[in-house]
Design a protein. Structure first.
Length: 215
């Protein structure tokens, strides 16, 4: 796949303005990225701006902590798709993972997947806060619950994507499920390392820089 179609062109800063979102969408159209990833308040704006192309609208729910109730995440997910989101990136309950309450983790992901239906669901693990076994178990929960992707990071915690973690996630979920690497991917060297490790999608705010980089 061409590198542009691996990129979720991302702007999740809380101080983003309408002009910033317009610029993001214009860039996404120019480079034909896979999607733009925006906060929920910008879904309708992005959907309108991208209505004449195949760039998807991605949004985040339970973001960035994942510590909301399941009911709140389900409501947020339903609202997102009703407003025009094609893809939803949810943060799982990190505390439940660390406590080993994997049945609860799986149930929550399944509830959100049911809420988004045929729309793409990516589950953010926030891998910088988990150990190896917790990452494996979180991936298995997401797979059992019907998620389409697992994702490394929000970009708002103590660390971002690591190639060895992406490799572990891909080995765990297998070929039939996607892995999204996000957080700190700003250079072509890092981009290529993530793809080589098994990333099917790259979340980055540096999409334009990556497209203009010499390979």
């Amino acid at each position: 796949m061409k590198k542009n179609k691996l990129i979720d062109h991302t702007l999740l800063k809380p101080d983003a303005t309408c002009a910033d979102i317009e610029r993001l969408c214009q860039e996404a159209k120019k480079y034909d990225f896979a999607s733009v990833c925006v906060n929920p308040c910008w879904i309708e704006t992005a959907a309108s701006l991208l209505s004449d192309c195949d760039v998807k609208v991605c949004t985040v729910i339970g973001f960035p902590l994942g510590a909301m109730t399941t009911q709140a995440k389900v409501f947020e997910a339903k609202d997102a798709v009703n407003r025009g989101a094609d893809e939803v990136d949810m943060v799982l309950n990190i505390g439940d993972v660390r406590d080993g309450r994997y049945e609860r983790v799986e149930e929550e992901i399944r509830a959100v997947k049911e809420a988004v239906g045929s729309h793409v669901l990516k589950v953010i693990l926030e891998t910088c806060l988990l150990n190896r076994e917790e990452i494996i178990q979180a991936c298995l929960c997401a797979k059992k619950a019907g998620s389409d992707f697992v994702k490394t990071s929000t970009g708002f915690s103590t660390g971002g994507a690591q190639a060895e973690t992406v490799r572990l996630m891909k080995e765990t979920v297998g070929r039939d499920m996607g892995v999204k690497a996000s957080g700190g991917i700003r250079t072509m060297e890092t981009f290529q390392a993530m793809v080589k490790a098994g990333a099917d999608r790259i979340g980055t705010s540096s999409g334009v820089k990556l497209m203009e980089a010499d390979v």
